[in-house]
Design a protein around this ligand. Structure first.
Ligand SMILES: Cc1cc2nc3c(=O)[nH]c(=O)nc-3n(C[C@H](O)[C@H](O)[C@H](O)COP(=O)(O)O)c2cc1C
Length: 225
């Protein structure tokens, strides 16, 4: 299927036509059709129809572009949370969180966070109950890296984000933009979060680190207790 056909159908229909299920094996609800997006808005990403799903990859639901508190109210709610309930995070919320944190928001592949010279020197991993996954923003997919549930070793959230980026200053700055995006998304929908530098070394035991990168911080995310 050609990319243009895919866009015309809407991602939901196209995903079905490809025999893929959005959020496959993650138990997700069907994605919102792109037709619901505000007129004239460029879809932040279009799942790549020509990319065969390789083993260990899962589609995420289409992230929302609407919803959440307005920005100033969100800023008023921004805070660290260290006590989380046992309530899980749905795949739709996870997709929204990852898109807000480090999604593609323009047709030219640029992202929800700025990076020096647009080098995008960040790998975003997410620790879930069923393992650690690498986020592929352009394809809106997760790629399994490790089948262990290591969340309890990294923090207390139902979801733990692991920020790996260039070991130089610009990597740190990029990570700061990303964790603030994540924190603001959380504040806008009532999720709790806390950034932790203290567990970065531990996280390094479970993921492959791109040469020249280091783990800067992790971020616990979940519904507050
Ligand atoms: C780079 C960075 C590293 C942090 N590391 C930790 C940590 O290891 N453990 C922790 O409990 N909080 C950590 N925090 C959270 C801060 O303690 C928290 O942001 C600060 O106390 C201010 O509270 P607030 O976020 O509610 O405004 C970190 C925050 C940042 C930005």
């Amino acid at each position: 299927m050609k990319r243009r056909t895919f866009i015309a159908l809407g991602a939901g229909a196209a995903v079905g036509a490809l025999g893929l299920k959005a959020g496959q094996a993650l138990g997700a609800a069907a994605p919102e059709p792109l037709a619901k997006m505000p007129t004239g808005e460029t879809p932040a990403f279009v799942p790549m129809p020509d990319t065969a799903m390789s083993p260990g990859r899962r589609m995420l639901p289409i992230p929302d572009r609407m919803g959440g508190l307005p920005l100033l109210q969100t800023l008023a709610q921004r805070r660290s949370t260290r006590r989380f309930s046992a309530l899980g995070v749905t795949d739709n919320v996870l997709a929204n969180l990852l898109w807000a944190t480090w999604g593609v928001n323009r047709a030219d592949g640029k992202r929800t966070a700025p990076t020096a010279m647009n080098k995008q020197p960040v790998d975003l991993h997410v620790a879930l109950a069923n393992g650690i996954w690498l986020y592929h923003a352009r394809e809106n997919q997760l790629e399994l890296q490790n089948q262990q549930d290591v969340r309890g070793r990294l923090g207390k959230g139902q979801v733990v984000l692991i920020y790996t980026a260039d070991a130089g200053d610009y990597g740190a700055m990029a990570v700061g933009s990303l964790y603030q995006n994540a924190g603001l998304y959380c504040a806008s929908v009532g999720l709790g979060n806390v950034v932790r530098a203290s567990n970065a070394k531990e996280a390094g035991k479970y993921i492959k680190i791109t040469p020249g990168y280091k783990i800067w911080v992790t971020q616990d995310i979940g519904w507050p207790a």
